[in-house]
Design a protein around this ligand. Structure first.
Ligand code: NAD
Ligand code: ZN
Ligand code: ZN
Length: 342
């Protein structure tokens, strides 16, 4: 069946026929029902040769949901027919972090030639995906796969980022970039914190989605945005979540924070921010670089969605139209998350 394969750096991925793998040992074979397209996939496609530790070729797709169809003899706790979301970060499987389901912070991360499904290992933009161990599977019951798939990253990553914040009544949170991750971040901030939520995006459509997602105030960035936000927050934001990570967004974030605030950098936009004392950041500010989230957090995200407290805005595409969907994401023509259906 067709799979979207990355075969050479700097070249677009292409659909190729691959054999359905046979699970052995602890492996579980999942028939893919949906696979989300993340902006990180574009960063991978655009990476210079040697910039990433991944070995080619591999199948893209790190936001996956589907159905268990076969398992190796050592794969316990799963049964054929189980509908699951795949916890995408895969680590060494042996360190303390991996044992705790925190493969995103695997101690051997720097030695591994992969970050997870579809990131150096064959992922879910295919008919099937081979998952190395059942600990990476989270049951989804009757949740739609087109919801469950993006929740594994566009849901999980903001959930982990928000979980690291303490936002009391009266606090302000600024979300920069209301795309796939950002619009879910806004919903999570509203569902889990009492913060007043400000959203900044360059696209009108994204600001409309931000408002529908619960943002109290939406703004297009301009030269006076930091000043406007400082004024409207009564002196600055307690938290800035940057889902872009470019030079202008990092400096906007730095200019909006109040003392002892939190700068949470999620986007891999290639920007730089100089940390210095004294420097551009107010006193007491914490800077964090969260990566993805844990298996336990994914269970919590799935539970929120099943309870109707979270909804990813999605645009479906057949897997055969992947090239078009990638191009639309690149051009900022996706509302919420694009999801591929094999
Ligand atoms: P996306 O393309 O769906 O959304 C990005 C949004 O940012 C868009 O709405 C775009 O209009 C907006 N934007 C772009 N430039 C802007 C600017 N200067 N000011 C304000 N808004 C701007 O992307 P996504 O899939 O949500 O991913 C966002 C970023 O997060 C990417 O860099 C991705 O690689 C990264 N990411 C990080 C993690 C992690 O674990 N840290 C996980 C997933 C994705
Ligand atoms: Zn991603
Ligand atoms: Zn590990």
């Amino acid at each position: 069946s067709p799979a979207l394969r990355l075969t050479a750096w700097g070249r677009p991925p292409s659909l190729a026929d691959v054999d359905v793998p046979d699970p052995g040992g602890t492996e579980v074979l999942v028939r893919v029902e949906a696979a989300g397209i993340c902006h990180s996939d574009l960063h991978v496609l655009d990476a210079a040769p040697g910039a990433l530790p991944y070995r080619l070729p591999f199948t893209l797709g790190h936001e996956i949901a589907g159905q268990v169809v076969a398992a190796g003899s050592a794969a316990t706790g799963v049964a054929d027919g189980d509908r699951v979301a795949v916890h995408g970060p895969w680590g060494c499987g042996e360190c303390r972090r991996c044992a705790a389901g925190e493969d995103n912070y695997c101690h051997r991360r720097a030695e591994l030639a992969f970050s997870g499904a579809g990131l150096g290992r064959d992922g879910g933009m295919a008919g099937h995906v081979l998952v190395p161990h059942p600990r990476h599977l989270v049951p989804i019951g009757d949740l739609a796969a087109s919801q469950a798939a993006p929740l594994t990253d566009a849901g999980l990553t903001p959930y982990h980022a928000v979980a690291g914040l303490t936002l009391a009544e009266g606090a302000a949170a600024v979300v920069i970039g209301a795309g796939g991750l950002g619009h879910v971040a806004i919903q999570l901030l509203r569902a889990l914190t009492p913060a007043r939520v400000f959203a900044v995006d360059v696209r009108e459509e994204a600001l409309e989605l931000a408002a529908r997602s619960g943002a109290h105030r939406t703004l297009r960035p301009g030269p006076d945005t930091a000043a406007v936000l400082r004024r409207e927050t009564g002196g600055g934001a307690e938290a800035v979540l940057d889902f872009v990570g470019s030079d202008p967004t990092l400096s906007l974030g730095a200019g909006v924070l109040r003392p002892a605030g939190s700068l949470v950098i999620v986007g891999s936009g290639g920007g730089k921010l100089t940390i210095a004392k004294p420097g551009v950041l107010p006193p007491g500010v914490s800077v964090s670089l969260p990566f993805w989230g844990s298996a336990r957090e994914l269970r919590e995200v799935i539970a929120l969605a099943r309870a109707g407290r979270l909804r990813v805005e999605t645009e479906p595409f057949p897997l055969t139209a992947a090239a078009d969907a990638f191009q639309r994401l690149r051009e900022g023509r996706i509302r919420g998350r694009a999801v591929l259906l094999p």
